[in-house]
Design a protein around this ligand. Structure first.
Ligand code: SAM
Ligand code: SF4
Length: 449
């Protein structure tokens, strides 16, 4: 069978799709382009915007392939699948499988069954209370790809119920994964040549605070993973400020391969709004975490998520967000206009901020952020670092080949080099020579390793 996966949303969805692709490849299925596939899998996200509309229009495109092959069918997974569920079967008869994020472990078997009996319809929508291990790929499918970077899931779901967020409803309650299974996966990736691992979860700082985790804290897990031979870079995301332990902050100063960057979603700079958002920290606490991180690792790069126009946000509140963004000096941020999600607490909060006002605030925030980003990047000109090469960059200069890499903090560094092949997955020592709007330009300053 030939399959095609389309992924919306966060890194967790990207990672889920990668796992699904490997599991299907292990069964002899083949990943194919959009015009060749028989099975279309949409891995969806409903955190913002108009997610259902996006999925419906994507399914409209899949329907067009039925003219080419009447046995074409589709599977919808992720947050939108969890919300709409069997509703997809009625609206789009060629949808044969729906699965939520807790149901994904069963998706490969279900797809195989459906491929044998095209009349089957399967819904994998139950939430589980313990992390369900997913099957490893067969030995014929490489666990590491060329980039020598990998994501490793350490938990599923979220217990925080921030007032604006749909995740706890679509991905279920928090379930930590068995630390031994996490370590075994990380070891096997490193043995296969992976040099950079990103540990993934909705709130990694609360790892082990549920029934899973076997008493291992997130800080302990970090120390164990960091000790795996061959691992040059370790990252993790996402980190909720309320749960970050002093041991995790200290780890930035203790573990040389823990990368000097942290994505620490602040969401708003006003204590009043943070309280309404149910974030359970105030700005004094947030700033003390920032101080602790900078003490442990002075070169740490901080990035964040911000929401503007949360119900009840005044101009005064918004100005506090601007002030805090400047004070912390985030290197970059993802900023969003608040959008109502079905069933979350903020739906009933008033007054709503008019759309034009929220758009105007977003623009002001992004203008400020661009200025800060520019300054941070400019300060790096002249510095020496290692760029971990991910592949060729899009821009090619005068026939020379430009490669795209990342410095330890995750900043993009483009480097022009003579080699046309063979550098992906290598570290290249570089000197930073120029700062662009969102990236750096480096000059090779040593042998790739
Ligand atoms: N677990 C992470 C945390 O607590 O920071 C965030 C995960 S959430 C999927 C990613 C980001 O989407 C959030 O940090 C928030 O900024 C944004 N987001 C979530 N719900 C939103 C909503 N209803 N409207 C606008 N932005 C939203
Ligand atoms: Fe959503 Fe809050 Fe959980 Fe993050 S911590 S996923 S924002 S509920």
């Amino acid at each position: 069978m030939k399959f095609h996966i389309t992924t919306f949303g966060c890194q967790m969805n990207v990672h889920d799709s990668q796992w699904l692709a490997r599991a299907l490849t292990s069964r002899g299925w083949e990943e194919a382009g959009e015009d060749e596939a028989q099975v279309y899998i949409l891995n969806t996200c409903s955190v913002r915007d108009k997610p259902e509309q996006k999925v419906y229009s994507e399914l409209g495109r899949v329907a067009a392939h039925l003219k080419r092959d009447e046995n074409v069918f589709a599977a919808v997974g992720g947050c939108v699948a969890q919300q709409i569920g069997r509703g997809f079967f009625e609206r789009f008869p060629f949808v044969r499988l729906v699965f939520g994020s807790d149901g994904i472990a069963g998706a490969p078997n279900a797809l195989e069954r459906i491929a044998e009996n095209l009349d089957d319809r399967v819904a994998l929508l139950d939430f589980v209370t313990l992390y369900e291990e997913r099957e490893p790929p067969s030995e014929t499918v490489p666990v590491a790809d060329e980039t020598r970077q990998a994501f490793v899931n350490i938990m599923q779901g979220c217990d925080n119920f921030c007032a604006y967020c749909i995740v706890p409803y679509t991905r279920g309650r928090q379930k930590s994964r068995d630390p031994e299974a996490i370590l075994a996966e990380c070891r096997s990736l490193a043995e296969d040549g992976v040099r950079e691992i990103t540990l993934l979860g909705q709130n990694v700082n609360s790892f082990g605070l549920d029934k899973g985790g076997k008493g291992v804290s997130f800080a302990q897990l970090l120390h164990s993973v960091a000790a795996i031979p061959g691992l040059d870079r370790l990252r993790f995301t996402t980190s909720h400020p309320k749960d970050i332990a002093p041991e995790v902050i200290r780890a930035f100063g203790e573990l040389p391969n823990l990368c000097p960057s942290l994505h620490l979603p602040m969401q708003a700079g006003s204590d009043r709004v943070l309280k309404a958002m149910r974030r359970k920290y105030d700005m004094a606490r947030y700033l003390s975490i920032v101080d602790g991180l900078r003490e442990a690792r002075p070169d740490i790069s901080l990035t964040t998520d911000l929401i503007v126009g949360f119900p009840g946000e005044t101009e005064e509140d918004f100005l506090q967000t601007l002030e805090m963004v400047e004070r912390v000096g985030f290197e970059s941020s993802f900023s969003f206009k608040y959008s109502d999600r079905p069933g979350v607490a903020a739906v009933n909060m008033e007054p709503k901020v008019p759309a034009e006002e929220a758009a105007e605030r977003l623009l002001r925030l992004q203008t400020l952020q661009n200025n800060i980003t520019r300054k941070c990047l400019k300060n790096l000109v002249g510095a020496r670092t290692d760029a971990f090469i991910e592949g060729l960059s899009r821009m090619q200069e005068d026939g020379a080949v430009s490669w795209k890499g990342r410095d330890p903090a995750g900043r993009i560094v483009n480097v022009v080099m003579e080699e046309r092949t063979g550098l992906t997955g290598m570290m290249v020592p570089v000197k930073i020579v120029e700062a662009k709007k969102h990236s750096l330009v480096g000059e090779r300053a040593g042998q790739p390793w």
